[in-house]
Design a protein around this ligand. Structure first.
Ligand SMILES: NC(=O)c1ccc[n+]([C@@H]2O[C@H](COP(=O)([O-])OP(=O)(O)OC[C@H]3O[C@@H](n4cnc5c(N)ncnc54)[C@H](O)[C@@H]3O)[C@@H](O)[C@H]2O)c1
Ligand SMILES: O=c1ccn([C@@H]2O[C@H](COP(=O)(O)OP(=O)(O)O[C@H]3O[C@H](CO)[C@H](O)[C@H](O)[C@H]3O)[C@@H](O)[C@H]2O)c(=O)[nH]1
Length: 328
């Protein structure tokens, strides 16, 4: 298929682009490079500089490149920033997705794979989380993603859209032999921050809260390797030939505490560094783990990276080879 990968210069989109190319698809990356990196776009793909706000350009690209399907990773992704700038988040995550869907609808392209998030569940009452739990986002980031899911739902009911909403838990690791890793600026995700401490780029790693009701008092998250995320997207894309609406959680099902992640980075890197215990970060649920049985049964998907040490190893290789990220 000719696949338009919106946000394909970003962390997850660049890995998806590589996997599409490896699986015989032609990937067209559409990205405004506001956050992404041109160096992360594999040479097999074609890069198109563009903003999702540019409806006419989207229509032109979909027409000229004979696009069959769209994978949509382009968004703002910082929960804290979304609380400070809700309008900006609704604009980029919702309005620009609306633009993209309008362009697809105009051109008669009906296959759409969307990056959703565990943040749609807010503070869930039970874990592991199944897809049917209430969607009660507690910040504009999660709410903007949930609003897109609802828009897709209603559009699919017209018969003109087949979509997959994939709710990721904590994406991590580096793909393509550790060549395509995480380089967010600013970085807020736990594993790259710990690695920065291991590389001596920050004086310590702060643990946000040690009084949670978990085995060691720190938050538990479900860390999923990006190659596993991407392989689920490929399977979802195939399903869209026959299904109009599919929604899956994507996690590897194993929860790890913040302390366990820190210990794993210490072990993998062989480095010691300072760990500082601080107050809780507002809005952090104690435990977020995915029940991904639905994706496993209905897509035939199975995460390959179930061991945290193996996952962290790929991230460590990426960051130690490129301590300043793609620009370094
Ligand atoms: N990283 C995670 O743990 C995580 C978890 C859940 C969901 N997600 C979702 O996955 C998707 C990808 O996340 P990521 O970590 O790769 O983020 P990222 O910031 O690395 O990538 C996003 C890409 O989209 C581009 N972009 C943003 N706005 C654009 C616009 N208006 N027009 C064109 N391009 C634009 C950026 O330049 C960037 O290359 C996002 O939708 C995010 O909400 C990520
Ligand atoms: O310096 C840090 C950074 C994080 N944490 C903790 O580490 C865990 C993971 O934090 P991340 O910021 O890496 O990830 P989140 O679980 O907060 O966020 C993930 O889930 C969100 C939805 O809930 C979004 O989708 C987001 O993009 C995705 O990475 C949390 O308990 C957080 O409190 C620390 O202790 N210290």
């Amino acid at each position: 298929m000719n696949v338009l990968v919106c946000g394909g210069a970003g962390y997850i989109g660049s890995n998806m682009t590589a996997m599409l190319a490896e699986n015989g698809h032609k990937a067209y990356v559409y990205d405004n490079l506001s956050k992404g990196h041109i160096e992360a776009v594999v040479p097999e793909a074609e890069f198109i500089y563009g903003d999702l706000a540019d409806y006419d350009k989207l229509v032109r690209v979909i027409r000229d490149k004979k696009i069959d399907a769209v994978m949509h990773f382009a968004a703002f992704i910082e929960v804290g920033e979304s609380v400070k700038d809700p309008l900006g988040y609704y604009n980029n995550n919702f309005c620009n997705t609306h633009n993209l869907l309008r362009a697809m609808d105009f051109m008669g392209v009906n296959k759409f794979v969307f990056s959703s998030t565990a943040a749609t569940y807010g503070m869930p009452d039970e874990v592991p989380i199944v897809e049917t739990l209430p969607k009660e986002p507690i910040n504009p980031y999660g709410e903007s993603k949930w609003a897109v899911e609802r828009m897709c739902h209603f559009q699919s009911q017209t018969g003109r859209l087949n979509y997959a909403a994939l709710r990721y838990f904590n994406a991590c690791g580096a793909g393509r032999n550790s060549q395509l890793g995480e380089d967010h600026k600013p970085e807020s995700h736990l594993i790259p921050l710990i690695i920065q401490a291991a590389l001596g780029q920050r004086e310590d790693i702060k643990i946000f809260g040690t009084d949670y009701n978990t085995k060691d008092g720190t938050c538990v998250r479900d860390y999923i390797h990006i190659e596993d995320l991407c392989s689920a997207h490929l399977l979802a894309l195939e399903k869209l030939s026959t299904e109009s609406e599919i929604v899956f959680n994507l996690g590897n099902g194993n929860g790890y505490t913040v302390r366990e992640v820190i210990e794993t980075v210490k072990k993998v890197s062989g480095k010691d560094f300072k760990v500082t215990e601080t107050d809780r970060r507002a809005g952090d649920p104690a435990v977020l783990t995915a029940d991904s049985a639905k994706a496993q049964t209905q897509l035939g998907w199975k995460p390959k990276w179930t061991n945290l040490e193996d996952i962290v190893e790929t991230a460590w290789k990426f960051h130690s080879a490129r301590p300043n990220g793609y620009s370094g």
